[in-house]
Design a protein around this ligand. Structure first.
Ligand SMILES: [Zn+2]
Ligand SMILES: [Zn+2]
Ligand SMILES: [Zn+2]
Length: 251
């Protein structure tokens, strides 16, 4: 299974519009973060976790020519506003399978009402909705949905084999922690240094990594408070900051 980071930035992206901080002005390509999403490729199939606001740009620069599905973590704008930009793939290859929990579908149905209502126009997104209710098999992979807490909102984390993707949370419940042991790779939210009501600080993420003991961990959903080359030198050996375009192989 190959994982490509399409975006690793927080909801406003990095650089942030109008900001002239050191990270936003950085020339380091690792400090240019589109909105958070990953592409997963396995045995000729490819699917996304989340369709970020920047999906069009991400698909063009990564050379995505076909998708077999999208798993959604939640229906916040930065994680689902790219679904409309997947329309050229739908026009070419047919309706796209989308997977989300019922609470996330409620948000997606509201945002994309025009895709679910009968329409005389051919240009609307074509979606095959699948409701996530428990573990399921996708393209030969065992996908286990897990709940994490994002302020007041439950967000879906995914464990796929020995890989887990845990974005947008400030807390991982006990029962989810026990499902995140024995990982080869943990991708985890690490917004910034200062406390935030809905996201992890770097210290909180490192605390969970120490407890869950994955073989490797990569940080994502990062704000401009974290400059790649400054912070990456202070992390434990098994932890690194993900960056856009990074590709990793997982068993
Ligand atoms: Zn987000
Ligand atoms: Zn900035
Ligand atoms: Zn969110």
């Amino acid at each position: 299974m190959r994982i490509t980071f399409l975006g690793t930035g927080t909801s406003v992206g990095v650089p942030a519009v109008g900001c002239e901080c050191e990270t936003c002005l950085s020339e380091d390509p690792r400090d240019k973060r589109l909105r958070t999403s990953v592409l997963i490729e396995h045995h000729g199939y490819s699917f996304l976790i989340d369709a970020s606001t920047d999906f069009r740009q991400q698909a063009l620069r990564t050379g995505i020519k076909q998708l077999d599905g999208i798993l959604f973590t939640h229906a916040h704008a930065d994680h689902c506003f790219g679904l409309d930009d997947a329309r050229p793939l739908m026009f070419r290859h047919g309706p796209l399978a989308c997977f989300a929990t019922e609470s996330t579908w409620q948000g997606l149905r509201r945002i994309y009402a025009y895709a679910f209502e009968p329409s005389p126009y051919p240009g609307v997104p074509r979606i095959v909705p699948h409701r996530i209710e428990g573990a399921f098999t996708l393209f030969g992979l065992n996908v286990r949905p897990l709940t994490v807490i994002h302020g007041e909102l439950p967000v879906t984390a995914f464990r796929i084999g020995e890989f887990a993707y845990v974005t947008d949370c400030n807390e991982i419940p006990e029962e989810t922690c026990s499902e995140l042991l024995g990982l080869d790779l943990l991708v985890i939210d690490a917004l910034r240094f200062k406390a935030h009501p809905t996201h992890m600080t770097l210290d909180q993420s490192l605390g969970y990594i120490e407890r869950l003991k994955p073989r490797r961990a990569l940080l994502t959903h990062i704000s401009h408070d974290i400059k790649h080359n400054v912070t990456s030198g202070h992390l434990p050996a098994e932890v690194d900051i993900a960056y856009d375009g990074l590709t990793v192989e997982v068993n």
